[in-house]
Write a protein that binds this ligand. Sequence first.
Ligand code: AMP
Length: 304
Amino acid sequence: MNNSVLVVGSIAYDSVTTPSGIREHALGGSATYFSISASYFNQVSIVAVIGDDFLKKDLDLISRKGINTVDLQKVPGKTFRWKGSYNFGDLNQRETISTDLNVFADFKPILSTINQNVSCVFLANIDPELQLDVLEQMMIKPDISLLDSMNYWIDTKFESLEKVLKKINILILDVNEIKEFTSKTSVEEATKKIQETYGVEFIVVKNGEHGSTLWSNGLQFNAPPFKVTKIIDPTGAGDSFAGGFTGYLTKSGKIDLQTMKKAMIYGNTMGSFAVETFSIDRLLDLTNEEIENRAKNIMAKSSL
Ligand code: AMP
């Protein structure tokens, strides 16, 4: 079995408005943020599609981070585009202005043999039918399969999302999404419903600048946030969290509770870097020392 991480998700050009300004057509997408973040911990391979408008400099950047692109398809057409705006009073609230699936509308993932044998699959935010397709192509059931999604797919593909949920062992959602998905107003009740209905073992609830919480069979662990001086753009914080979390977990090679808790700290660490700039800029040239210092700072505030 291959110990690297396989991710399926979006590669996008994002146009984002925050109180700090506007950035248009910047490199983004769930798979992009996830894989750059996870690349600091483990080898990552990406399953996605880009259009013929995708810039060479962006492809070079992905390769420079050591991310395997053997199952990244380039086809005629436009790359996925997402446009969003943040509530100036509360950066945890954002509005999607437009989602243009473009080349993702007809995407059919085809996994190479090496990627069909990985021990960890991260199903990043993308059409749940594509997430299912990737899981079905695996030769061996992965030890760890994680799922992320968002309101767009909860609203448009609820039943497919339910099918994926029955096949994974770790769910990562933000606090608004988990409430919407379960129609519950309390996070505790929402996690209980997901565990009982779909048998998901671990649920991670992201709470923006307030950190994140791990839930498992009545157990609750709060990972405190790292307080960044100024949040410039929250886009990609969740995917970067997931990259740090999954990267640390798979590098450790264990899925016991203690390792999961530490992985939460590394998740918050990577999410906090992502929000310090627009797009993926801050994530590009981190040093291990910067990552470790920030993780230690969070660890000291936690119950670990
Ligand atoms: P996050 O802020 O971590 O939730 O992720 C933001 C990223 O998700 C952006 O870079 C977008 O390109 C991407 N995104 C937004 N909407 C969708 C969608 N419906 N499917 C897949 N990716 C999306």
